[in-house]
Ligand binder design. Structure first.
Ligand code: GDP
Ligand code: MG
Length: 316
């Protein structure tokens, strides 16, 4: 999944006017066509920026030059880039526009004007031919940032079972593996109407760029609930919970101020003592929690119910 790209975009140049002369030296050259504009449009058929990432440069078509016999050059074709909803468009570090709606179309760059042929100029003696520069289409370097729209964030150290849980709760097909950083990019799944995001494994030092770094923060904006996954089969589950909680506060203040609940994972591999310890620990801290094993369908139903209940109700 590509969630950020920088591309150079260029609108088409205007076509030259024809300076053709008839046998009796009478001007009869046609006008040049206008250069194509550059537009972006929101599309619900596009889910990230991967399709655009293959090329560093996109251009609209140039207008055609005017021709003899007063034939006009055709207008250059516009360039229309389809973007996923929730894409921010930056130019020189400034936000130009945000695409939020299906079909929302914005002009980013204007095509150059076509120059007049000598026939038009003769009819309008006060007009002067355009300079090369005036015919040029606008151009610029843009950074596009796509932000996933999620309700719940699954957060936890690598290997705690985030991707397994996402796959079980939703139709997502996130890669599962018993090694760190199986999941390199965030993966979204839908549990009914609730959108759940599996965030790539956080580690101690993520806030200073370790592991996959803090790039993922762009996808956490819309979420109202953090589900912190705690692996009950791991040693020192509580210490691990505390250090990751600390890490989250260092990564982003907006992230750490979101409502948080805990999913205690891999309960099928944990000892009853450890489970009891964890339950007591989170009860004392007044942090809502639920027990979960992906091989136990009853616990999955409980997790579904729990998450739905924990999700803050949007104020109208
Ligand atoms: N026994 C058991 N293993 C699990 C459970 N959930 C995940 N796993 C295993 O834990 C490993 C890591 O899982 P994964 O979902 O990739 O973790 P992530 O790195 O947090 O996304 C995989 O080998 C999974 O099969 C569970 O509930 N019980
Ligand atoms: Mg994973």
């Amino acid at each position: 999944m590509t969630d950020q790209i920088t591309v150079r975009l260029k609108a088409g140049n205007g076509g030259k006017g024809s300076q053709a002369l008839w046998r009796n030296r009478r001007p009869y050259g046609g006008d040049g066509g206008k250069g194509g504009d550059v537009y972006v449009t929101g599309s619900t058929n596009v889910y990230d920026l991967t399709a655009l990432a293959s090329k560093p440069f996109y251009a609209a078509e140039n207008g055609k030059d005017g021709l003899a016999l007063n034939r006009y050059g055709t207008r250059g074709k516009d360039l229309l880039l389809e973007l996923p909803l929730r894409t921010e468009i930056y130019k020189d570090g400034e936000l130009v526009t945000t695409i939020t709606e299906n079909g929302q179309t914005e002009k980013l760059l204007k095509g150059g004007r076509g120059d007049k042929g000598n026939l038009t100029l003769k009819k309008h003696p006060t007009w002067t031919p355009l300079t090369e520069e005036e015919r040029m289409g606008e151009e610029g370097i843009f950074t596009l940032v796509y932000k996933i729209d999620a309700d719940i964030l699954l957060i936890g150290y690598p290997n705690v079972g985030k991707s397994s849980l996402l796959n079980t709760l939703t139709q997502a097909k996130a890669k599962v593996g018993n090694y760190e950083f199986t999941t390199l990019t965030p993966k979204l799944g839908r549990m009914g109407t609730i959108k759940i995001l599996d965030l790539p494994g956080l580690i101690d030092g993520t806030h200073e760029g370790k592991g996959l770094g803090t790039h993922f923060v762009q996808h956490t904006e819309t979420a109202t609930l953090i589900a912190h996954l705690v692996d009950s089969s791991a040693l020192n589950a509580m210490t691990r919970y505390e250090s990751l909680s600390k890490e989250i506060t260092r990564i982003d203040s907006a992230l750490s101020s979101k409502k948080t609940c805990v999913i205690i994972t891999k309960t099928d591999e944990a000892s009853p003592e450890t489970l009891q310890e964890l339950k007591t620990y989170f009860s004392k801290k007044k942090i809502p929690f639920v027990l979960c094993s992906v091989i136990d369908t009853e616990s999955i139903e409980a997790v579904k119910h729990f998450l739905t209940e924990q999700l803050p109700i949007e104020e109208l």
